[in-house]
Design a protein around this ligand. Structure first.
Ligand code: F0G
Length: 435
């Protein structure tokens, strides 16, 4: 049995508007500010008066928990609970999420002349994407509030995660998906875990708009990333990453951008660590979008982040096929506060980067590969330098979207051929000769 103390110092939190700063008495179902309708964030006022040494103690406590088999300690989210909303242990919905590997790249590191190039593989979460960290915290809040139904709109991964965590929590889930735009692996997951799946003739933005109207009338807890408790779970990737890097912040963290919840969460996590004195400097957080779904890139280029420019999205990286991102204001703040940038990459560049990662034994889904494609551009313009440590956040597992892979030309797939050793040897001789 572990002797690690449980919840030694969890601070109370409030919800505050990210735009006008109004503190909310209660959150409405859409988690919007009652004054200006913008998104809310979780804030812990007591941290400001935290005792000296608070940060150092946290590092020790978190390290000790790594050897513990308690449910709340083996979760890569709840292990960091001092920096999360306080919850009753019995409501905690967890499946050991987080705890994902940090892997150095070799070939890409050589080719780009960035010796310290690593991937944080969030596709190694229980349902194969980074969503699990945020769904664990948000669905725990749903349970705390007594909901028995949860819901989301999704390009696929959120729906898989919501369905699985709802099943674990013995809750019912509803997911709205853009018909024909969700990778088969993700749809199969949602069905496997028993979600009520509604395919709508629209895109992700349309699904989210419809869901806004549905939750006003139907008592289901919203689990999209505009729910600020999602962000709290997702920010823990920054904590875990810093542990893995021995608390030395990398110069750059690069993440794909869709609805922009994940980049917001990463930024929040790093800024909290810096403010609490756990790290000395912030990494520059950069966001990569597909050229056909680039609302943030256009917003930054055309008006410096003042007003969102919506686009009609189109990309084969269906996870980030989003034109009207909910968390755009939070993402703009992250870019500005960390000194990061945003960049767009073409379909060809995404496919090329995905193939290069694959050739190193690192599988991921297309949206994740956008990070490597984006890095190449950032190196080319000198934004990322040779001496920098760079972490690419791979957001989803390769098996989520195998159709994407199958449609690419130039695979080493031969046959069908006769089941005859002579035929096989002849083919292998031809292959050997080519190498
Ligand atoms: N990568 C993957 C694999 C995703 O599934 C998503 C978003 C993103 C990147 C972008 O993250 O939205 O936080 O900027 N997928 C959502 C979904 C929209 O419904 O699964 P973001």
């Amino acid at each position: 049995m572990s002797t690690v103390p449980i919840n030694p110092q969890v601070a109370a939190h409030i919800l505050r508007c990210v735009h006008c700063g109004k503190v909310q008495e209660t959150a409405d179902r859409m988690f919007r500010c009652t004054q200006c309708s913008e998104l809310l964030e979780v804030v812990y006022p007591e941290w400001a008066s935290g005792a000296p040494g608070f940060g150092l103690r946290l590092k020790e406590i978190w390290r000790e928990r790594r050897g513990s088999s308690l449910r709340e300690n083996s979760s890569g989210v709840w292990r960091f609970r001092e920096l999360l909303p306080q919850v009753d242990r019995q409501h905690m919905v967890t499946m050991c999420e987080g705890n994902t590997p940090l892997i150095p790249l070799k070939k890409a590191a050589r080719e780009l002349r960035i010796p310290n190039l690593l991937v944080k593989h969030q596709g190694m979460n229980p349902t194969g994407s980074f969503k699990d960290t945020g769904i664990s915290t948000a669905i725990t809040m749903a349970k705390t509030e007594g909901f028995s139904w949860v819901c989301c709109a999704s390009t696929g991964n959120t729906s898989a995660s919501v369905a699985a965590y709802a099943a674990r929590a013995e809750m019912k889930s509803i997911v709205l998906l853009p018909a024909g735009q969700v990778a088969a692996g993700k749809l199969a997951q949602a069905l496997e875990y028993g979600a009520n799946v509604l395919q709508l003739r629209t895109d992700f933005d349309g699904c989210l708009r419809v869901l806004h109207e549905v939750v006003r009338k139907f008592s289901a807890y919203l689990l999209n990333s505009l729910n600020p408790y999602r962000i709290e779970g997702q920010k823990t990737v920054a904590f875990e990453l810093m542990e893995q890097l021995d608390w030395r912040a990398p110069e750059h963290v690069i993440v794909p951008g869709g609805n922009l919840g994940n980049s917001s969460a990463l930024g929040k996590g790093f800024m909290e660590l810096r403010d609490l004195g756990l790290i000395e400097s912030l990494p520059k957080i950069s966001i990569i979008q597909a050229a056909g779904a680039n609302p943030l890139v256009r917003t930054m280029r055309e008006n410096g982040g003042k007003e969102l420019i919506r686009v009609t999205p189109e990309t084969r990286a269906t996870a980030i096929r989003i034109g009207n991102p909910a968390s755009w204001r939070k993402a703009v703040a992250v870019l500005k506060n960390t000194g990061g940038t945003c960049e767009e990459v073409t379909e060809k560049e995404i496919a090329q980067a995905k193939a290069e990662l694959g050739a190193e034994g690192i599988g991921c889904e297309p949206a994740s590969a956008a990070t490597l494609a984006g890095l190449k551009k950032l190196v080319a313009v000198g934004f990322v330098k040779s001496a920098d440590t760079v972490v690419l956040v791979l957001t989803g597992h390769m098996l989520k979207d195998v159709d994407y892979m199958k449609q690419l030309p130039g695979q080493n797939l031969l046959g069908p051929m006769e089941a005859d050793s002579n035929a096989v040897i002849k083919t292998l001789e031809q292959i050997y000769a080519r190498h």
